[in-house]
Design a protein around this ligand. Structure first.
Ligand code: SF4
Length: 457
């Protein structure tokens, strides 16, 4: 490997097969390493933002609000208040004399104007420094306006993106348990950790409906405040992006006894397994119940039908892509597991896989499912990624908004599997779209005119 990693980061990079598995992770980024990670505020905002009938007010300088505005492109089937980015636009005088008065005025004005079901108020770095009392202001406004006004303790500097996920879960947990649950089916679940990019949650909900299962709350894609308030009445929490919402599932299990299950909706294998796991859960919970048996039968029929429809289309892409090389760098590593399997389904080789916030358990699992020689990296940066992509002669790089320019500068195809994508990549249909997108990028004639970075292997 080229010597590109800073000495202090070398133990966050592991090459499968070279030494026994060992990787350091789940720690603060090295100062000066220019991590691909986002701040705490960004972490909380991307989780809460898809709640479409809530007001999202960023208490801080205008730059913080711009940073995350519309970052997920999360679609709503109804209200679109979440698409508006509100900020208290703190200025020098507010920093000196405090921003509480401005925050209160902003909240009162926005609630009167937009009539939201709840308001989330995000704390940013400067608010943490000047010490505005968000709790007190939110409590006052909540009393005056009669809607939940919830402070999100997301001061950017107080950790990494993971701490922002926790702040978002803490904020939502204040809503849960406040709604009516009496008419919820015993065959019900909440969808956690899907953000409805390109409308994916609608497709997943449809699968559940075909199985005969009621979805109580979307947390948070196409989310609604009233649904989240009654989420504790569901029989099961199904958690996809576990990094961002597993803490909420754990808190719900502890307080309300709602069990949870980790799933992934990406790739044929994981999508099928997710549906089967849920059907198995209800069969086990209600042994001998005819409806639980019927759910299992409907699930089997659904998976068979979807796979039958998908496979012929996939074959064309598999033939063309076999042997090509892929690199993956994503926020949470759970998605990386599914992507490794999805690439395998089209006979592609994954040579690099990494994440911003993976745990040792996650990386251990990645090590188990990847081929010898694969680079596994935690909390990487542009310099490292650039050198790995060149070294491995990668044909396609899968990542998010911050990885895209790295690929394009190297003349490498890119697939956005994050906030900005406009096409469904989850579910059975999503697997075909994914293969088509990878095919279009890898086989594009544009590479005849763009100098591609040379492999150093
Ligand atoms: S919260 Fe802090 S780190 Fe995050 S965008 Fe605002 S100023 Fe930057």
């Amino acid at each position: 490997m080229e010597a590109v990693a800073l000495k202090e980061r070398e133990n966050q990079i592991y090459i499968k097969g070279e030494t026994p598995f060992n990787i350091v992770c789940d720690k603060d980024s090295l100062a000066g390493a220019v991590s691909q990670r986002a701040c705490v505020f960004c972490g909380s905002r991307v989780v809460l933002y898809p709640i479409a009938d809530a007001l999202h007010l960023v208490h801080g300088p205008i730059g913080c609000a711009v940073y995350t505005w519309d970052i997920r492109g999360a679609l709503s089937s109804g209200p679109e208040l979440h698409r508006l980015s509100f900020s208290t636009d703190l200025q020098e005088m507010d920093v000196i004399f405090g921003g509480e008065k401005k925050l209160r005025q902003a909240l009162l004005e926005l609630i009167d104007r937009h009539n939201p079901k709840a308001a989330f108020v995000y704390s940013t770095c400067i608010v943490g420094i000047i010490g505005d009392d968000l709790e007190a202001i939110c409590r006052q406004v909540e009393r005056e306006k009669g809607i939940p006004v919830i402070p999100v303790k997301s001061e950017g500097f107080k950790g990494n993106k993971r701490a922002g996920y926790q702040a978002a879960c803490d904020a939502m947990f204040r809503l849960i348990g406040t709604g009516e649950t009496s008419n919820i089916s015993k065959f019900s679940l909440n969808i956690l950790g899907d953000f409805n990019l390109a409308g994916e949650i609608w497709m997943i909900r449809e699968y559940y409906e075909r199985m005969g299962i009621e979805v109580v709350a979307n947390i948070t894609g196409d989310g609604r405040v009233d649904d989240i308030r009654r989420a504790h009445g569901a029989a099961l929490n199904v958690v996809q992006c576990s990094g961002s919402t597993m803490q909420l599932a754990n808190m719900m299990e502890e307080q309300y006894g709602v069990p949870s299950m980790r799933v992934s909706y990406f790739g044929v294998e994981d999508m099928s397994e997710a549906l089967y796991d849920i059907a198995r859960f209800f069969k086990k919970k209600f042994p001998g119940d005819r409806e639980a048996d019927a759910i299992m039968e409907r699930t089997m029929a659904l998976v068979q039908e979807e796979v039958r429809n998908l496979m012929p289309g996939l074959e064309k892409y598999r033939k063309a892509l076999a042997g090509k090389k892929a690199a993956i760098y994503v926020g949470g590593s759970f998605k990386a597991f599914s992507l490794v399997k999805a690439f395998r389904l089209v006979d592609m080789q994954v040579v690099l896989v990494g994440s911003q916030t993976g745990t040792e358990e996650d990386y251990r699992e990645l090590e188990a499912i990847t081929d010898p020689g694969t680079i596994i990296v935690d909390d990487s940066n542009p310099l490292e990624l650039t050198s790995f992509l060149k070294e491995k002669g990668v044909d396609i790089f899968v990542g998010g908004v911050k990885e895209r320019p790295i690929a394009y500068k190297l003349g490498i195809g890119f697939c956005d599997h994050n906030h900005e994508r406009k096409e469904v990549l989850a579910g059975f249909e999503g697997m075909l779209n994914f293969a088509r997108e990878v095919y279009s990028s890898v086989m594009s004639p544009v590479w005849r005119f763009v100098p591609r970075a040379k492999s150093t292997e």
